[in-house]
Write a protein that binds this ligand. Structure first.
Ligand code: PLP
Length: 373
């Protein structure tokens, strides 16, 4: 088949299944209920002003890999800040959450190891497992019995890892880390928590481990992104000094890629400081999420609520999800229809995320329009 035909045919196939995707630029006056910018830090004035004041001391680009000459004082400061915030010994900042998971799993495992992974873990974790040489065992979503049964049943020559989202990106539910840590300890496994959506939200903003009162220790690795509640770009991996030292030496997505721009790291640092100092945004967004949840219930839409800003309105078919999305957009409200392969087949949904930036008036309007649809 000719390459052009291959491209065309693949796209036709995607379209026929209602899985076609396009990037859209939202107009300024469209109300957005599909951002991961939960705290509204993405365009905050305080950081913008600080950036302007400091711009003369900040390079636009890092210039090289952090192992060559791309490691700048602001990244060092950011890493120290995050380690302190997370109460871990050490922290390394990397290009993105995707690069964090893909590089981490590849670096710390070998062919004798087994990774136990929740079935609804993020795609970057799935890709990281694929790139690693370890064996993978998938356990049912949040199912501790299934996890323990599987960990008991598998004969592992090397190391064991359990990996889970802290807050699940498409469901908004929270992994029971208290119980998972017990299992990790009992079976001598390392626990990796991807807190992309927990950072800034759960555990007073310190993340899902803190939510369960768990003190970081050597067999726990925390991954998080700077692109969601922190409203910037980049990601981090927190753990022991030994771990970070190892990753700097072994992780391919640290070694073979250019370091983040000092400007980007400056934004991450200032936003992170705001997030840690000023709790009102987090308190507010969770109140708004609760308000929306109750409102949905009152118009006959029953969904699960987990005290996170992610409300998942599962409608089933791709077609239905798209129809609702388009109808909402006609009314200047944007909620993206999330379809396979992002979510399992038959669970297409409107993934509603609430931001501190959304007003109660906007939520009321959403409720009015969605109940009419
Ligand atoms: C968004 C997300 C990532 C990827 O983070 P980026 O910084 O956007 O690359 C990783 N893991 C989870 C659970 C996520 O939701």
């Amino acid at each position: 088949m000719e390459f052009k035909d291959f491209l065309k045919k693949s796209l036709e196939d995607i379209k026929s299944k209602n899985l076609y995707r396009q990037r859209i630029v939202l107009s300024k006056d469209t109300v957005n209920f599909s951002s991961n910018d939960y705290l509204g830090l993405r365009d905050n004035q305080k950081t913008k002003e600080k950036l302007l004041k400091n711009i003369d001391n900040l390079d636009l680009g890092s210039g090289a890999s952090v192992l060559v000459s791309g490691y700048h004082p602001v990244q060092q400061e950011l890493e120290d800040f995050i380690a302190n915030f997370k109460q871990t010994e050490s922290c390394v900042v990397v290009g993105s959450g995707y690069m964090a998971n893909v590089g981490l799993l590849q670096a710390i495992t070998n062919e004798d190891d087994v990774i136990f992974s929740d079935e609804l873990n993020h795609a970057s974790i799935i890709d990281g497992i694929r790139l690693s040489k370890a064996k993978k065992v998938i356990y049912r979503h949040l199912d501790l019995e299934d996890l323990e049964d599987k960990i008991k049943a598998v004969n592992v020559k090397g190391k064991k890892f359990i990996i889970t989202d802290g807050v699940f990106s498409m469901e908004g539910d929270i992994a029971p880390l208290d119980k998972i840590v017990e299992i990790a300890d009992k079976y001598d496994a390392v626990l990796i928590v991807d807190d992309a959506h927990g950072t800034g939200i759960t555990g007073e903003g310190r993340g899902t481990l803190n939510h369960f009162g768990i003190t970081p220790k050597d067999n726990i690795i925390q991954v998080g992104t700077l692109s969601k509640a922190v409203g910037s770009y980049g990601a981090f991996i927190c753990g022991s000094k030994l771990l970070v030292d190892f990753l700097v030496n072994k992780m391919r997505s640290i070694i073979f890629t250019t370091g983040l721009s000092p400007i980007q790291n400056f934004i991450s640092l200032e936003n992170f400081k705001l997030l840690s100092k000023e709790d009102y945004r987090r308190v507010d967004v969770l109140e708004k999420a609760k308000y929306l949840y109750n409102g949905l219930k009152s118009v006959g839409i029953e969904i699960n609520f987990h005290n996170t800003p992610i409300l998942s309105y599962v409608v089933g078919s791709e077609e239905k999800a798209l129809k609702i999305r388009d109808k909402l957009l006609e009314n200047n409200i944007f909620i993206q229809a999330i379809r396979p392969p992002t979510v399992p087949k038959g669970t297409s949904r409107l993934r509603i995320t609430v931001s501190h930036k959304n007003s109660y008036k906007e939520i009321d309007r959403l409720l009015e329009i969605i109940s009419n649809i």
